[in-house]
Design a binder for this molecule. Sequence first.
Ligand code: XIL
Length: 338
Amino acid sequence: MSILSIYGCVDSDNLPCDDSTALSKVSEFPLGTAIKWDEFQLDTNYFHIAKTQFSSYTPENIFKSENLHPTRYNYNWEQADSLMSFCLNNSKRLHGHTLIWHKQLPQWIIDFQGNKSEWEEIFRLHIITIVQHFKGKIKSWDVVNEAFDEDGTLSNTLWKEKIGPGYIEKAFRYAEEADPECLLFYNDFNLESNPVKRTAVLNYLDHLRSRGVKVDGIGLQMHIDVITADATLYALAFRSVYEKNYQLHLSELDISLNPSGKNIVLNEELLLQQADIMGKIVNLYKQVPLPYQYGITFWGISDKNSWIRSNYNRMDYPLLYDDQYNPKPAYCKIKSIL
Ligand code: XIL
């Protein structure tokens, strides 16, 4: 079945839109996808699209501490190195995700018993070992992920509890020490839509910078949905980040069609709403000054592999490709805008 008969997908010249030319070829800034390791290895459709459409990869799970650092004295480099060499051989940028997060931790960290300085030692070694391992190859890291609550206060995470509220500053300092050339990002959700949280994060990072800490960029995750999407808010958010001299990464973009988890039937209206929002976001991003455009990363390729379905246990269609790897109207829309 052709894409036209499935979606009636057309580009701005009313020509049928397909994915035979790559998105990244028509884009002036990096376009990325999260990479799920098993699919990348085993699913030829997934691999083909990842390889042809996108110029930047973010490992979806294999660089998280439960996978990369499974026991105290052992690191599992195998998959990470293999993805790294694929990227080096195929001119893909690999964005490191993520050094310090309170989720997807290995059991040994959760169970670790120690005083503050012992905790700081495992924290420091974790960061230094990983950043040094990829030194010169990985040029950017999400150093700290999701450290703030919606009201703008620091979340009470394991790291804050064990190391103290200065853990964010320490994480950035250790990462810089391990690879001074690397771009260092803070990454979080709802920063695009919640000005209270975003302002708190910006003030906090500005404060770190005033203390001589290197912070290069901010990742707005952008796990958004068709009900609450608001391009006016996003325009403000993008501006507030680059005006303060932070590189802007739309780091985990997906657009849920079913945020409240109903029994929905996928229809043309929803697909077109999704395409419309995707188009507005890409349009806004094109207006971000070039030095601040770190790129847009989609949090996956096909709806069938999206984390939303498994994580929230609901049927959803948040990505650019459908379950059969056909490009959706959102794909065609952004292609016509890029
Ligand atoms: C998600 C992955 O996509 C899932 O496969 C995993 O089970 C849980 O984590 N914010 C982040 C990402 O920073 O790392 C998360 O990724 C999604 C939310």
